[in-house]
Design a protein around this ligand. Sequence first.
Ligand SMILES: [Mg+2]
Length: 280
Amino acid sequence: MLFPRLLRCHPGPVCTLLLALLGSGCTAPQAPANANTNTNTNMLTVAVAWKQTAAEYEALYYQAFNLAQMQVERAIGEHRQDAPPLAVILDLDDTILDTRAYWASLLAADQDFFDDSRWDAWIPSRQIRASPGALAFLAYCVTNQVEVFYVTSRNQGLETYAYAEAQLRDNGFPHADSNHLTVLTDSSNKQLRQDQIAANYTVVLKIGDNLNDFSRDYYSADAETRKATMRRDQALFGSRYILLPNPTDGHWVRALFGESEPAASDANRRRFRQAAIEGK
Ligand SMILES: [Mg+2]
């Protein structure tokens, strides 16, 4: 190792600088005593920086919607005239709608956990945008008589539906109306509405950033069970389920904390750190 050898040098400018950097003694650096409890780093910084700047993040959206269109094209080709009409079911936030400005605002305010009151204040601020590739995919669906249904679980009180519909209209999404948009203000369970749609349509795809957008089976209390269920369904990803990336929020957080919106506490910061180090 280079570093300890440098520290055995005679006193001089280099060693003086290293000593100054280390703060004490000419010894190899040690892990801080509180390595298991360090909560000084904003948990969201890297995830939000990636969402904001990585071309890879946006490319994953194009990849998802390109794949979705391929699956819809296939379904159109195989669709029998006497079968129910084709449809796709889409989540809103972090699926067809881009919420990055919200997460950036959290970082700017030195917040490191999802903040529900800030979210509720941000929703009507008209900063939400269409996700990369979403509008082109939905235009393709509508042009080819494939019905589009939006199902979201949000709660901004009595205005929840109006806000969501306005966001769809503002961004040019097709069929932004009550026949196609469902907001679930009291539950994250989308299964009932999805089953209602499936009773009348041939559902080609579900598209979301959360496994719970596909099946309630994923609403489990621990990360390992979610992974096991996901592996059970592995053939469905890319065929019936199209998944978008989301490292900031979702039911993967619930699997760690028992709730999707854990409080900004040192205990929860330590829980994130434990998950990162131990993988559970
Ligand atoms: Mg979502």
